[in-house]
Design a protein around this ligand. Structure first.
Ligand code: AMP
Ligand code: GLY
Length: 425
């Protein structure tokens, strides 16, 4: 079958790498893709949110399935766009409907959904410009640190955690009245702070049945020891060593089942991934966010551990037959380390020639922000490459990633040297 994959990051290279291993995939297009997908599939220079251009491509190339990597096209309603178009409605889109994507697109929608379906989450209230002073008084009733979340999509930057009450009140005003995150902060969720260790649980659902994919832990801060600015993610490990059978059973019973049943009860069409961000508070899993896609760089450790044919899984999702599939997971650990451009997540330069990728043999190099220019691979984003390795445990895997990163070179290259540091001992 001919498949179109939307997106251009490390997540999409990992999806493409896995999908082309399937005998069911006869041709793969990636829009817009990167140098990694260019080498194994056909890149097309179309934005994942340009639905008219996507329609034209799908019809011209007889594309039979669309797999959506990032959240933007989902929040903008690509699933509904296909369902409401006579020529496209029979082509499955792997991803939720527009209303389902609100689980990521609106923090308030997600909180209301969790409360309604009794999914454990931090206590909260939400405020607008009109109720900003009420919000300031609400902050006075809480203990520090204070958690402020812009309601809408803010490219991963919309969450502020503040120690000081006056500062929190000022930031609330900046967000609501000063439009600190533009339209995304026209509404703000104020939430109880949860003290614990984070992990992510990934679910693939066909709207009726679900499969829990391997867990992963992401390292979001730019600096070692989890310091400095938040990034899209600097590295990941799968499985999460502390996610034992007891914790996983709580996650499934208290969180995954009520979430999938909640979608059904609310008649929300959802055929895709649910990425549940959790905090483990003294053995009790509590949801901090939903995303309606896979994580990046989590995909670069979750997908390499999946032994199933990914295209077969997507077909099962489209046909609502996920109950007929058994997941097979590689028992080895996988780790990935993101190699980024100096300056990221603030200003950085692009167009740096990358060398050494071809020398790496026992790790998988997934491309993120790269492109092919005159036959050479050059940097084209903040996060440039993800180096994934397997090992009998994450320590062995991470050692391999670091050894192989030593072979890579480009001007200003940076990576964290302590991925997994908090999981030792
Ligand atoms: P989110 O975009 O909701 O994932 O939030 C970004 C980051 O803020 C998370 O990865 C957590 O590290 C942190 N965070 C979010 N909500 C809370 C909370 N209620 N308590 C503690 N940390 C939080
Ligand atoms: N790595 C976090 C995310 O994809 O949102």
């Amino acid at each position: 079958m001919t498949i179109l994959l939307l997106g251009s990051g490390g997540r999409e290279h990992a999806f493409a790498w896995k999908m082309i291993q399937s005998p069911l995939c006869t041709q793969l297009f990636v829009a817009p893709g990167n140098a990694g997908t260019d080498a194994i599939a056909t890149n097309v220079n179309i934005s994942p949110t340009d639905f008219q251009a996507i329609k034209k491509l799908v019809l011209e190339e007889n594309i039979e399935m669309v797999v959506v990597g990032p959240e933007d096209p989902l929040v903008q309603g690509i699933f509904d766009f296909f369902k409401n178009d006579n020529q496209l409605q029979s082509i499955p889109v792997i991803g939720p409907s527009k209303v389902g994507a609100q689980l990521e697109g609106s923090k308030e929608f997600a909180k209301e959904f969790m409360v309604k379906h009794r999914v454990p989450t931090a206590a909260y209230d939400s405020f607008t410009k009109e109720t900003v002073e009420k919000g300031c008084r609400f902050l006075e009733t809480l203990q520090p640190p204070y958690v402020l979340k812009a309601d809408g999509l803010a490219a991963g930057k919309g969450v502020l955690i503040l120690q000081n009450l006056k500062e929190a009140q000022q930031e609330l005003r900046n967000m609501l009245v000063g439009a600190k995150f533009g339209q995304a902060s026209s509404k703000v969720v104020i939430e109880e702070f949860l003290d614990g260790i984070e992990l992510s649980c990934f679910v693939l659902t066909d709207g009726k049945n679900y499969k829990i994919l391997p867990t992963a832990k992401d390292y979001k801060r730019i600096g070692e020891g989890d310091t400095g600015l938040n990034t899209g993610g600097m590295g990941a490990i799968s499985p999460v060593p502390f996610a034992d059978a007891v914790l996983m059973e709580k996650i499934e019973k208290r969180i995954v089942i009520p979430t999938v049943e909640g979608l059904q009860k609310d008649a929300i069409p959802y055929q895709g991934f649910i990425f549940i961000g959790l905090i483990n508070v003294k053995g009790e899993p509590i949801v901090i966010e939903y995303n309606v896609r896979m994580g990046d760089p989590e995909t670069e450790v979750v997908i390499p551990r999946l032994k199933n044919d990914l295209v077969e899984l997507f077909i099962a999702v489209a046909n609502q037959k996920l109950d007929e599939v058994e997941l097979e997971i590689d028992s080895r650990s996988a780790t990935t380390v993101m190699v980024v451009s100096g300056g990221y997540p603030e200003d950085y330069e692009k167009g740096k020639e990358i060398s050494g990728i071809e020398n790496i043999e026992d790790s998988i190099v997934f491309h993120a922000g790269t492109k092919t220019e005159n036959g050479k691979v050059v940097s084209n984003g903040g996060r440039v490459l993800a180096v994934t390795s397997y090992g009998k445990d994450f320590q062995e895997a991470i050692k391999k990633s670091y050894q192989n990163i030593n072979q890579l070179h480009f001007d200003t290259m940076y990576y964290r040297k302590d991925i997994g540091f908090d999981l030792l001992g």
